[in-house]
Design a binder for this molecule. Structure first.
Ligand code: PGA
Length: 240
């Protein structure tokens, strides 16, 4: 399975900061050992696409609505992402689920809609600390995959990002053993559901833990937040 290194910029970086990042990152992206994808915030998307034109860097948006256009004030259109040259859409990130109330049913519609446009959904799943401590991790991930992929097309590309909620932005990375065990579970759930997809790990990935994590079973790359905001730290992660 090819490796994918994805950067989730959340609500960081203005268009000017985006241009300045990519003018430097374009110089080093050739060293990456897999595909490199960036998810800038919506208003910086066009700056990202323009500055990375002609390079191997892929761009996507962090969210979209389930229709291309209409009376949906404040939403983002995947059709527009496609038109400006984006190829991925992040779906169901834990911040979308927890802060903006996204349900598995809405996430399933988004996955199907994104695929119908020929874009690749990157579906995020992950358990909270309470769920892990109650030994419900497997059940939570199985439910999120079962419901989130309910309308997905098995013949079209999809990427899954496993991000334990307790490891996101906390500096508390899952141990290599936890990553190996959980990715093996995610792989087996996907196989049972009939899907083949790269499984990325996310949650406090840094240059000093990426080398060990990439060696674990069924880890095809990373979804990186904080450490993707600087050229130096992200390229170190993308070259493991
Ligand atoms: P983090 O974020 O790397 O800052 O923990 C990961 C994510 O939210 O995708």
């Amino acid at each position: 399975m090819k490796k994918i290194f994805a950067a989730n910029w959340k609500l960081f970086k203005t268009p000017a900061e985006t241009r300045s990042f990519f003018s430097k990152f374009k110089e080093v992206v050739g060293q990456a050992t897999g595909e490199v994808v960036f998810f800038p915030s919506a208003i910086s998307l066009e700056a990202a696409v323009e500055t990375t034109k002609g390079s191997a860097i892929k761009i996507g948006s962090q969210n979209c609505y389930v229709q291309a256009q209409g009376a949906f004030t404040g939403e983002n259109s995947a059709q527009v992402v496609k038109e400006i040259g984006g190829t991925y859409i992040l779906i169901g990130h834990s911040e979308r689920r927890a802060i903006f109330g996204e349900t598995d049913a809405l996430i399933a519609d988004k996955v199907a809609f994104v695929q119908s446009l020929g874009l690749t959904p990157m579906l995020c799943i992950g358990e909270t600390l309470a769920e892990r401590e109650a030994t419900h991790t497997f059940r939570v991930l199985e439910t999120q995959l079962h419901l989130g992929l309910a309308k997905a097309d098995k013949s079209k590309p999809i990427v899954v990002a496993y991000e334990p909620v307790w490891a996101i932005g906390t500096g508390k990375v899952a141990t290599p053993a936890q990553v190996a065990e959980t990715h093996t579970d995610v792989h087996s759930i996907l196989t049972k559901l009939g899907f083949t997809a790269p499984i990325l790990y996310g949650g406090s990935v840094k240059p000093d833990n990426a080398g060990e994590l990439i060696k674990q079973a069924h880890v095809s790359g990373f979804l990186v937040g904080g450490a993707s905001l600087e050229v130096d730290s992200f390229i170190k992660i993308a070259t493991v």
